[in-house]
Design a binder for this molecule. Sequence first.
Ligand code: ADE
Ligand code: ZN
Length: 319
Amino acid sequence: MPLPKAELHLHIEGTLEPELAFELAARNGVRLPYADTEELRKAYLFDDLQSFLDLYYSLMAVLRTEEDFEALAEAYLARAAAQGVRHAEIFFDPQAHTARGVPIGTVVEGLGRALDRAESRHGVTTRLILCFLRDKSAESALETLEAARPHLHRIVGVGLDSAEVGHPPAKFREVYAMADSLGLRKVAHAGEEGPPSYITEALDVLGVERVDHGLRALEDPELVARLVRDRVPLTLCPLSNVRLRAVSSLSAHPLRRMMEAGLMCTVNSDDPAYFGGYAGDNFDAVGAALSLSSEELRGLARNSFLAAFLGEGERGRYL
Ligand code: ADE
Ligand code: ZN
């Protein structure tokens, strides 16, 4: 029985496996610049975040209809459930779709079809988190939140992702204030490739409740003390960090040091189709590389439920 856990850092577009990409390409008459799944998989060698994002955005061309988004979410939920995920808070990138002419309603309602039956079919409860692309403008983020308004009953919060360096959190002050006024929860990627000051800014300016990655927090002892004191959850993604070369190897991953510093760490998969593993694979791989005890692994899983956007009544089901 895999360890029950919540997944709090998962981009649904990053769960697009090569087999499904080719199936959807055929269905939608989209030509992919790869002969087959094997050739596509060979392209999964990344130098950094940007080299991954280039492929990640280009493959999204196969996602066009509600049925496509439903199939994407359904495939993720089946895999996640098999690895012990009991609750999933799922990021999606509406601007990557609206820029291609796919309306936000197609994305949200398509994903929603699979999420609506996730508990009965897979035993997984779910939430959706709308992410703004930080390498697009602040105006585009505001337009996206506006376009999402008819769908807000399906969305628990907002996040910030895509190319980090050069796009500090403060650029999105206004849209986060608007999200807050709409009652949405707030998270942001910070300190994946960007400096620790981006983490501080995400807390101070955006008011985020969790930090996605937060890997570089260790470079700033004052920031670490603050994150520990305020029990700010970090959603770490070990296999992603190795594949995107944020760390040199799993055994060099700072997770253990972060846990020993008293940080509230969780383990997640980020973009599992691209980085070699789903949530359970991340637990297994980093656990083995850092010789984490079963008690330490259980602590990480417990943190994931504590950090989830669950109601207090609901949280009791998992702890
Ligand atoms: N979008 C999808 N995966 C991402 C990551 N690891 N960092 C930033 N943006 C992303
Ligand atoms: Zn991410």
